[in-house]
Write a protein that binds this ligand. Structure first.
Ligand SMILES: [Zn+2]
Length: 357
């Protein structure tokens, strides 16, 4: 019998309180549907619940300015505060956002201290668009960046890989580590699309040169192209980098039925991406992976995709190497030459990407 992983999950009903009563695509119903799926008797016993905690002010300050944190704190108890054209705080947003960032920290602590093998922080509001001084794109605090900073400060991590497969570019996360080599930020995203950043030549600065890898993809990318991009770019680079911890900005808005994104990923496609990342983690960092929920607005697609990813995390399902190979061979590279373009730019920093002649 196969031994399953001990997979941790972060869930908390306070996350429902952010944006309660608003008509907004990033709604509490997203998490409610995921939690309901997890409460099913087939599922509930499989996971280890990790208790979320509030991120401390100093932990938020590792990514955000004190004045920005104060601004968000002042929204507490206020009915509605407009922060950006599509980001609104409600009375309990500040607490929910602190608990989202702290939930990611708790998940990282659990995995690094080996209480669990891997974990998925099922939190909201999402985080990857939040910058040092601004809320943006439904995001308040940058949960994954705060988590990475914590892993560096508390656990002395020097090589953290962040894989961001949300359909949007994680401009806030990229900006948090643009000049650092202790975090390698890898993002696949639809382009052109909000937030209009994440071009090929954004590859880091100073010590951080080469530690930002952007893969802007045309609308309509499917499982085959995503898997091919992961196999041809992420895998060789990660093998050179040898991460100590892998974090995933797990957005499910590349799903084919998503009302915001224009990609064509299937539920199984997300499981494939998770399997590639988990295999890398097995190879280099004792399987340590923490996924953090970002976008995903087709609630049924979101819930099924989260479930499929969790099955890979547990090891109850294992997408085979053969299947990944078959799928990646089907990628229509004439449609999108992004792999060649990324190689051309990044091979200066990652010789392994030099095209074999
Ligand atoms: Zn998104």
């Amino acid at each position: 019998m196969r031994v399953l992983n001990k997979t941790g999950i972060i869930k908390n009903s306070l996350y429902f309180k952010h944006g309660e009563g608003l008509r907004h695509p990033e709604s509490p119903e997203r998490l409610k549907a995921i939690y309901e799926m997890l409460e099913n008797p087939d599922m509930s016993w499989k996971f280890t619940e990790i208790e979320a905690r509030y991120a401390e002010k100093e932990e938020l300050e590792a990514v955000h300015s004190a004045s920005y944190i104060d601004l968000i704190a002042q929204t507490k108890g206020e009915h509605r505060t407009i922060l950006d054209s599509d980001t609104i705080a409600t009375a309990e947003t500040y607490d929910a956002a602190r608990l989202a960032a702290g939930g990611v920290i708790a998940a990282i602590d659990s995995v690094v201290s080996k209480e669990t093998n891997n974990a998925f922080a099922l939190v909201r509001p999402p985080g990857h668009h939040a910058t040092a001084n601004d809320a943006a794109g439904f995001c308040i605090f940058n949960n994954i960046a705060i988590g990475a900073k914590h892993a560096m400060a508390r656990w002395g991590m020097k090589r953290i890989l962040i894989v961001d497969w949300d359909v949007h570019h994680g401009n806030g996360t990229q900006g948090s580590f643009y000049k650092e080599d202790s975090v390698l930020y890898f993002s696949t995203h639809q382009s052109p699309e909000y937030p209009w950043s994440g071009s090929l030549n954004e590859s880091g600065e100073g010590r951080g040169l080469g530690y930002t890898i952007n893969v802007p993809m045309k609308v309509g990318a499917d499982d085959a192209l995503y898997v091919r991009v992961f196999e041809d770019i992420l895998v060789p680079v990660a093998r050179s980098y040898r991460p100590e911890l892998i974090l995933i900005s797990a957005g499910f808005d590349p799903y084919l039925g998503d009302p915001i994104g224009g990609m064509k990923m299937s539920v199984e496609g997300f499981a494939c991406l998770a399997r590639i990342v988990l295999d890398l983690a097995d190879e280099f960092c004792d399987g340590r992976v923490v996924a953090v929920l970002e976008g995903g607005y087709n609630i049924q697609g979101l819930t099924r995709s989260v479930r499929a990813v969790l099955m890979e995390f547990l090891g109850e399902n294992r997408i085979s190497g053969q299947m990944l190979e078959d799928l990646s061979r089907k990628a229509d590279l004439r449609r999108d030459s992004v792999i060649e373009k990324v190689r051309a730019i990044q091979q200066e920093y990652w010789p392994v990407l030099a095209v074999q002649k």
